[in-house]
Design a binder for this molecule. Structure first.
Ligand code: PLP
Length: 397
């Protein structure tokens, strides 16, 4: 079957200098950015050095505001609903810690929840007597919305789900989960770190109150960037765990007034060159089209799984029905890190995912360290072939 997405892949590759020298299958780690993203950052940094940081930020206020506009467009929100962050973890932790938890409260989460999220649940549990309960997965490995509905009661204070986990192609049914959360009036925090930039997202369809994301992965933005979406209606019942002079105004000696929008989660200082780069990355994704990106990434990843399954000794571990652009596998008798090293020697970038990054899921399924391949729309069918051939030759050497 030929590519159903209609993306001009040659153009996307011409925009991606990194494609010339390697096969980059580590977009779930950090994508190769388009040259437009790099150029915008370099240009901004150089202008900053000539103008002064505060002065340039004032001059470029419209350009910087466009980062909020582009991100909000990408997730179907309003610019005021977006707070810029340094990474997805910061976004997630600020949202999580803005919910006041009391003894007896329950948190329902996914089995494939990311380690940093779960670690924070367990840290808070040292101080407050909460329970953290993974929602059972259905027969396809997806977080079961039906099981969730059966678990809900008036002690559930938060539903926190990872949309696409770090350790495989699973896409959790985030909108169905949102439906259950909204019906029960429970705050819903969705980690889209691995789905933003590869899957078309709409916060209203997803029904999430908070959404946490990173810039450097499938969105192809700069490292050290991320964002938080916060629904206007959740702001009244939550409070950011930290506030500075940009998030709140010191109105009188004993009083403060918190900003009425999502930027109450920000602090004042930013790497503005990176903010600019993130905006350009979001515009770049919008110009290609999130639906088309999703279509091509899925098409490539499905082919990759099919081809890998033909290689002797390979076991593919991805769960779910419609799978995302993360493909994880093991090779009989060979450590995942040895495979990664061998591939790096052939200029093919892949990564290794360890059980500790998704411990509930890894324990349940008895997962070993896995090799992770994560193609993006700028990868080609030919690159998939070269990658699979390289893995086949590692398996026989
Ligand atoms: C599902 C998921 N959530 C959160 C994160 C953390 O993202 P960041 O490193 O930008 O904080 C990752 C990173 O790999 C991830 O895979």
């Amino acid at each position: 079957m030929s590519d159903p997405s209609g993306i001009d892949v040659d153009l996307a590759r011409r925009d991606t200098p990194g494609c010339e020298s390697l096969i980059h299958m580590n977009n779930a780690g950090a994508s190769l950015p388009p040259r437009q993203v790099v150029d915008a950052q370099v240009e901004y940094l150089q202008a900053e050095a000539k103008s002064g940081g505060y002065e340039l930020a004032a001059d470029r206020a419209d350009q910087l505001a466009d980062t909020y506009a582009a991100i909000s467009e990408l997730v179907g929100a309003q610019p005021d609903d977006i707070a810029l962050m340094s990474n997805a973890t910061e976004a997630w932790q600020l949202a999580f810690n803005s919910i006041r938890l009391e003894d007896g409260d329950r948190i329902l989460t996914s089995e494939a929840e990311y380690a940093s999220n779960y670690i924070e649940f367990l840290r808070v549990r040292r101080h407050v007597n909460i329970s953290v309960e993974p929602i059972p997965s259905d027969e396809d490995g997806m977080t079961s919305a039906a099981a969730l509905a059966a678990m809900v009661d008036d002690r559930v204070r938060l539903i926190a789900i990872t949309h696409v986990p770090t350790n495989g192609g699973l896409i959790n049914p985030a909108a169905e989960i949102g439906h259950v959360a909204n019906r029960a009036g429970i705050p819903y925090l969705l980690d889209v770190c691995q789905s933003v930039g590869q899957i078309d997202l709409d916060v209203d369809k997803l029904g999430c109150d908070f959404l946490s994301a990173t810039g450097r992965k499938f969105l192809r933005g700069p490292r050290g960037t991320g964002f938080l979406y916060a629904r206007r209606s959740i702001l009244a019942s939550t409070e950011p765990p930290v506030l500075d002079l940009s998030a709140a105004t010191w109105t009188s000696l004993d009083e403060i007034e918190i900003r009425p929008d999502a930027r109450r989660y920000e602090t004042w200082e930013f790497n503005y060159a990176a903010v600019r780069g993130l905006g350009v990355a979001a515009r770049y994704a919008l110009s290609i089209g999130p639906k088309r990106i999703e279509c091509r990434v899925r098409w490539l990843a499905d082919q990759l799984r099919e081809r890998l399954e033909e290689v002797e000794g390979v076991s593919v571990y991805d769960l779910g029905v419609n799978r995302a652009g993360i493909v994880t596998f093991s090779l009989a008798g060979i450590d995942a890190s040895a495979v990664q090293k061998e591939m790096a020697g052939r200029s093919i970038n892949c990564s290794v995912t360890t059980p500790a990054s998704t411990l509930v899921d890894a324990t349940r399924r008895g997962l070993p360290d896995l090799v992770r391949l994560s193609p993006h729309y700028y990868n080609t069918g030919e690159e998939l072939e070269v990658t699979v051939d390289a893995i086949a030759s590692v398996s026989t050497t």
